[in-house]
Design a protein around this ligand. Structure first.
Ligand SMILES: Cc1cc2nc3c(=O)[nH]c(=O)nc-3n(C[C@H](O)[C@H](O)[C@H](O)COP(=O)(O)OP(=O)(O)OC[C@H]3O[C@@H](n4cnc5c(N)ncnc54)[C@H](O)[C@@H]3O)c2cc1C
Length: 429
């Protein structure tokens, strides 16, 4: 296709010229990977959204060619990664490979970083080749807002690990906590909502407080929150702060971070300067950088808009965006969570298989359940059921189908392990 024709076609399809045309045209001289012989669904991102989609499409129609692409061949689960930081679990227990999806369901797995996509000739572009698709699903996870103005850069994130993507960063933070001097101070910063896993920072705060109480007498944790209150399970977390960690955990809401001095470990905030021995700065968030590169985010926006019924991108035809990168405002009132990414994977799998069969996609239905440990022996949870609402044209909570427990409990610690095993099994096995 000539460049002039490409521009004409994209305009006719209503696709904004946000794709990198340089990358698109460069693809023509590259080799085709896994030449396509039958109808193919390609999926970028082998996390909770992408792996679930691959498995469920194969379950719904084993004849479809499903290729799952991820830059890594081991996936580290963020759910339960806070346990690893405080030594209640290890990295192996939260690591998953794609061999079961390959052997049991016939999903093809490609370990490669995707450079870009070409929504017109329907290609996924790599440094050394391309792959053609009929339908593409993109589930690349979350991205971080680096902010030079306050001194928060990618390099700073290496020195002060956020551990908001599990793996290397999780192990780094665990090591730093282990090396904290007795009587030391930990500072944890809760990002401005929306961010991935609303209860996650408060669970981590409780678990670090438990760790300090148990192994580092005289130490404390200062939790500073960019939000004006705890953003999830508020009553339960605040009860744990007060009843379990009265002299160890200090929670301050509505704190704006103005500057980070990583070298001297000092954070300047709207409520004064804080010096700490260990800083866990969890940055503000946006869609993953890949979603921007792929042309799935409108100019000046932070998340990828999708059709609220099918989750197809409103910018690039036959490309579906699910998981953390999708714009909540465009499809529903759901949190950024692994459970929701898994639910979206099922919604999109059904929508795609229906479309390929010439049928209407079914009504979207999603669920979220999230457990949080507040100590080594007690946990709390939140659960909500969501369904498409015809008046709002969004997927919203069904009546009062949802809630939180009255109080933290030991039995919910056991339930948390069952919960984690079942979401991992549903996604990767
Ligand atoms: C500490 C913590 C605790 C959490 N606990 C819970 C919990 O208890 N319950 C819950 O429901 N959720 C929890 N979450 C949230 C959950 O982890 C995310 O919401 C979920 O992982 C989102 O799924 P996703 O598919 O959008 O992205 P991910 O699961 O992050 O997967 C994205 C994948 O895309 C790949 N990728 C990205 N770009 C490219 C590219 N260009 N080429 C190739 N591959 C690419 C990445 O390598 C990655 O494997 C937690 C999060 C954190 C940080």
């Amino acid at each position: 296709m000539k460049r002039r024709d490409f521009i004409k076609t994209t305009t006719a399809l209503g696709i904004g010229l946000t794709l990198s045309s340089k990358a698109v045209f460069a693809s023509e001289s590259k080799k085709e990977l896994l030449p396509k012989k039958q109808t193919r669904v390609a999926i970028i991102g082998g996390g909770f959204g992408g792996a679930t989609t691959a498995k469920y499409i194969k379950m719904l129609n084993p004849k479809l060619d499903v290729v799952l692409i991820d830059q890594h061949d081991i996936f580290y689960s963020c759910p339960m990664s806070n346990h690893v930081i405080v030594g209640l679990s290890n990295i192996k227990e939260i690591s998953f490979k794609y061999d079961i999806l390959q052997k049991k369901y016939g999903v093809k797995f490609l370990k490669k970083e995707v450079e870009n996509i070409d929504g017109v000739s329907k290609k996924v572009l790599f440094k050394d080749g391309f792959l053609t698709y009929d339908i593409l699903v993109v589930s690349p996870g979350i991205g971080f807002k680096y902010d030079e103005a306050i001194g928060y850069t990618k390099d700073v994130a290496e020195v002060l690990p956020h551990a908001w993507k599990a793996g290397e960063q999780t192990l780094k933070l665990a090591k730093m906590l282990k090396e904290l001097p007795k009587g030391g101070t930990v500072l944890l910063r809760v990002p401005k909502a929306p961010y991935r896993c609303p209860p996650g920072p408060y669970e981590r705060s409780c678990l670090i407080a438990w760790y300090l109480k148990t192994y580092k007498p005289g130490s404390k944790i200062l939790v500073i929150d960019e939000n004006d209150d705890v953003t999830s399970k508020g009553k339960l977390f605040k009860a744990a702060f007060a009843e379990l960690y009265k002299d160890i955990l200090e929670y301050t809401p509505d704190v704006n971070v103005l500057n980070i001095d990583a070298k001297n470990r000092v954070i300047k905030t709207s409520k004064g300067d804080i010096k700490a021995d260990l800083i866990n700065f969890i940055p503000d968030q946006k869609a993953n950088d890949s979603a921007f590169k792929f042309g799935l985010i409108p100019e000046g926006k932070l998340w990828a808009p999708v059709d609220s019924w099918t989750l197809e991108s409103t910018l690039v035809k036959d490309v579906y965006v699910i998981g953390d990168s999708a714009n909540r405002g465009s499809f529903g009132t759901v949190p950024h969570s692994g459970y929701i990414a898994n639910s979206m994977g099922k919604v999109v799998a059904e929508a795609i298989v229906a479309k390929l069969n010439g049928k209407n996609p079914p009504r979207p239905f999603m669920m979220n359940t999230c457990y949080s440990m507040v100590s080594n022996e007690e946990a709390i949870w939140v659960a909500t059921v969501y369904e498409y609402n015809d008046d709002k044209k969004l997927t919203v909570q069904v009546g009062k189908a949802g809630g939180v427990p009255e109080q933290r409990s030991k039995i919910d610690k056991e339930n948390q392990y069952s919960w984690a095993n079942s979401i991992w099994e549903d996604t990767f096995m």
